[in-house]
Ligand binder design. Structure first.
Ligand SMILES: [Zn+2]
Length: 126
């Protein structure tokens, strides 16, 4: 096998997919070829990294991602929360107004009369 052939077979070699004859030939070449042994180390590092990524508990990675997302989103969430609070207050005021009109018509009429009276007084003061 040539250097190039061996280099192309290194992935299979590191995965143990080669026969003993080929593996022996590659092992012999590796001992005298720094390029191929470096490439094999790289392959080993890569596959080890992939194995680590696969075996790493997904919940931990997810938690980290969620935490990172929360760190980014927190400042953005504040104005939205304020807006939601203001909206809730507005809706509450509207509902309270509707409830007052529906359940306390006398009081509502009284308030309306007061407002009309005040408007009239203002108009009359001119
Ligand atoms: Zn080589």
């Amino acid at each position: 096998m040539t250097h190039e052939e061996i280099k192309e077979s290194l992935s299979a070699y590191s995965d143990g997919q080669l026969g003993p004859e080929q593996a022996g030939e590659i092992a012999a070449h590796l001992s005298g070829c720094t390029g191929c042994s470096a490439a094999l180390r790289e392959l080993g590092g890569l596959s080890a990294g992939v194995k680590q990524a696969l075996s790493a508990s997904a919940p931990a990675a997810m938690k980290e991602r969620v935490l990172a997302g929360a760190r980014v989103k927190k400042p953005l969430l504040r104005p939205a929360a304020l807006l939601a609070g203001a909206l809730a207050a507005l809706i509450f005021a509207l509902l309270a107004g509707v409830a007052a009109k529906r359940f306390m018509p006398a009081m509502f009429a009284q308030v309306q009369g007061m407002i009309n009276g005040a408007a009239g007084a203002l108009g009359g003061g001119k």
